[in-house]
Design a protein around this ligand. Structure first.
Ligand SMILES: [Zn+2]
Length: 329
């Protein structure tokens, strides 16, 4: 038992070391299927070899397993290097490929779900019909009928915004949490999703959240029955308190998140009647969901939504809150 625990610790150390050195020495990855748009920032995860064999008795995850630098690097890469990521565009595809590689390097099984979207107007800018993609990461050996949770964040932006806070912040925390729970024990298996096409293409409730609605549409009856909660991370890097949103006045997932925050000593603000993110696609379908994030800020949906807007400390609060929610009790 002691030997197994230490092998987990060594694995965690390798993750940390490789992430750190990779950040200091950006390198070109060799991927013959994607000659274009090679990112200069490697995605999270070990720099070379595949994920180690899962330990049969891994240590429980704790909030201290969060490496905030993973989230910060993702914000810099997605908003600072790639920039605006309209859901059907080439830059979105590049971002989705980068996130998929990050999940694979952490040892997850990755699925890409095509999301067709109509032409429309996104925050005043005409956008074409086309296809976007959800990037779905499941733990190896995931059993669809067993209880589990979904943690997701939208990867797209409105056309005029580099989207550091909205929503590279959410994707960055998703990647950092995926990194923290890899090789650790959680109270339930976690499926991570980077959603395409959350941003509006029109004024109605059916004119946004295309990626998460597609995800819900593709869920099997067994997956719906087994889902114990979905959390959408959307704008989680501004402010000093973490908004915890529920689609109605209150709901069980929101209350569980608020309780986790109290245990971890993280300041929160309840955010009732919150339907402006991907959790709403789940709640609309009768599934349990809640949102983290939504603090107003000056750069919202503008060219001013740059990495400097995002606070590493606030990213860490959101990530630690989620890990406390995911930790075995
Ligand atoms: Zn958003």
């Amino acid at each position: 038992m002691r030997r197994l625990a230490s092998s987990v610790a060594v694995t965690a150390a390798l993750f940390a070391i490789s992430g750190c050195s990779a950040d200091e020495a950006p390198r070109v990855e060799v991927d013959p299927t994607r000659a274009a748009a090679v990112p200069t920032t490697p995605p999270p995860g070990p720099s070379s070899s595949p994920a180690p064999d899962p330990a049969p008795d891994p240590a429980p995850v704790t909030p201290d397993d969060l490496d905030r630098s993973t989230a910060v690097r993702a914000v810099r890469h997605l908003a600072g290097e790639i920039g605006p990521r309209e859901a059907t565009g080439r830059s979105y595809a590049s971002a989705a490929a980068w996130v998929a590689r990050g999940f694979r390097r952490l040892g997850y099984d990755v699925e890409r779900q095509r999301v067709d979207v109509p032409a429309g107007e996104s925050w005043g800018v005409p956008v074409p019909a086309g296809s976007s993609v959800n990037v779905v990461a499941r733990p190896v050996g995931f059993e669809p009928g067993e209880p589990y949770v979904v943690v997701g964040a939208h990867l797209d932006t409105v056309p005029q915004a580099p989207g550091a806070e909205d929503n590279a912040s959410g994707v960055g925390v998703v990647l950092a949490v995926a990194e923290a729970v890899a090789g650790r024990r959680t109270r339930l298996p976690v499926v991570f999703v980077a959603f395409g096409a959350e941003e509006p293409r029109g004024p109605g409730d059916d004119d946004h959240h295309y990626g998460s609605r597609r995800y819900v549409d593709l869920m099997t009856p067994a997956e719906r029955t087994a889902l114990r909660g979905m959390v959408s991370l959307d704008r989680v890097g501004v402010g000093a308190r973490v908004p915890v949103g529920s689609a109605g006045d209150s709901d069980p997932v929101q209350r569980a998140l608020l309780a986790a925050a109290r245990r971890a000593g993280i300041p929160t603000v309840p955010d009732p009647q919150q339907r402006s993110s991907d959790h709403w696609s789940f709640v609309r379908a009768g599934l349990p969901g809640a949102r983290l994030g939504s603090t107003p800020y000056a750069g919202y949906h503008s060219a001013g939504d740059v990495p400097a807007v995002v606070s590493p400390s606030q990213l860490a609060r959101a990530g630690r809150l989620l890990l406390e929610w995911l930790a075995p009790r």
